[in-house]
Design a binder for this molecule. Sequence first.
Ligand code: TMP
Length: 244
Amino acid sequence: MGTTQQTSKTLCSSASLRLCVKNNLAPEPSNRQTVKPSNRFLTFEGEEGTGKSTHIRLLAARLRSLGHEVVTTREPGGTPLCEAIRGLLQYDSCGEAPVPAAETLLFCASRAQLVENVIRPALKRGAWVLSDRFYDSTYAYQGYGRGFDLAKLRSIMEFAICGVRPSLTFLLDADPDTENARLADRFAAGQAADRFEREAAEFHARVREGFRRLAEEEPDRIRIIRTDGPIEAAQAAIWSAVAP
Ligand code: TMP
């Protein structure tokens, strides 16, 4: 499973600089040029309340206990700029909700920042990276949920991620009643519902269906993990796919 690939634009190094200039392409900044292939970039996807953060915590602890460096992060978020974007996207922190196109671009802006400042450097030094959400969320929420064309989203995504892809993705899936009960517990504990959690049931049904289709399209990368049973069973399934 390859994690990173060079895109045609990242080939703009000295040998092809003249071609870039001729074609009016700016050479990519040097830190975007080379990353060793790695199978250590794992993403966790799924609807709210499916247990992503619990399973990331457990897997990170197990890998660390074996002496591995592990970087855990989340999307949107994970750097000061990305956390500020998270506030804009989830809680309208500037007082104005983004329109759907702006919402999509803000998710991608946050992703570009996280890739360059956190994920790519971590993979380069051989660390594991476990991310709570990555680009599959954009396809599920903005593609299937909001109705944006998936092919258009893919080209925006390529610009944002510049070749950095997860080697393995766990799609955590629970019965909607279980997810809703977990969310109700969070809200009872004082957590405010964000803009996505306030969306109608039909939106969430489209997102759920979107994740299912993404998993069907890429069965080797996206593994579905049921999380409505015991935590240990789900974690064992995750571990058996990852075991270094
Ligand atoms: P969460 O990290 O607490 O689950 O909240 C992130 C919310 O943002 C969640 O409702 C899913 C949504 N989201 C998108 O709509 N598109 C994206 O690309 C990402 C990363 C998240």
